[in-house]
Design a protein. Structure first.
Length: 147
């Protein structure tokens, strides 16, 4: 048997990437657990939160809609993944989707009243988990993902 001699760290716990990944997995698991009663997951909550934030900040083309492209760009998720999550949120009646009038190939998304209620409840729950897991000293370091 060949023993690999390729690692730069003596243990995985010395690797910042491994520790960051563990923290992320723990955080995502806790978010999924607390959002389950609202029929949301961490990714679907993130998309819903982006829609709500965009509407609150009036960054979208109108006060009522957010373009799917804006959601994709802000989330950093692949377009297909965002599209699947939006379809799930639509099925749950948390959003409505319609063609974007200036380019019918693109979609625009509207937060429904049920979506606003779910988002309001979810934000409180997610922020509690964020404080519990992510505010611990040395639990993770913020990495500049653009560099």
């Amino acid at each position: 048997m060949v023993k690999p001699d390729i690692f730069t760290h003596a243990s995985p716990m010395e690797s910042p990437g491994f520790r960051f990944w563990q923290t992320f997995i723990k955080w995502q698991r806790q978010i999924d657990i607390i959002l389950a009663p609202l029929d949301l997951t961490q990714p679907s909550f993130s998309i819903l939160a982006i829609i709500g934030w965009q509407l609150q900040q009036n960054i979208s083309i109108s006060n009522k809609y957010v373009r799917q492209k804006v959601i994709v760009d802000m989330s950093g998720m692949p377009k297909m993944q965002v599209s699947l999550i939006l379809q799930r949120l639509k099925k749950s009646k948390l959003i409505s989707i319609s063609p974007y009038p200036l380019d019918l190939r693109e979609q625009q998304v509207e937060l429904t009243q049920a979506g606003l209620i779910a988002l309001s409840k979810a934000i409180v729950l997610v922020e509690e988990v964020d404080k519990k897991i992510l505010s611990k000293k040395d639990s993770f370091k913020i990495f500049d993902l653009d560099s």
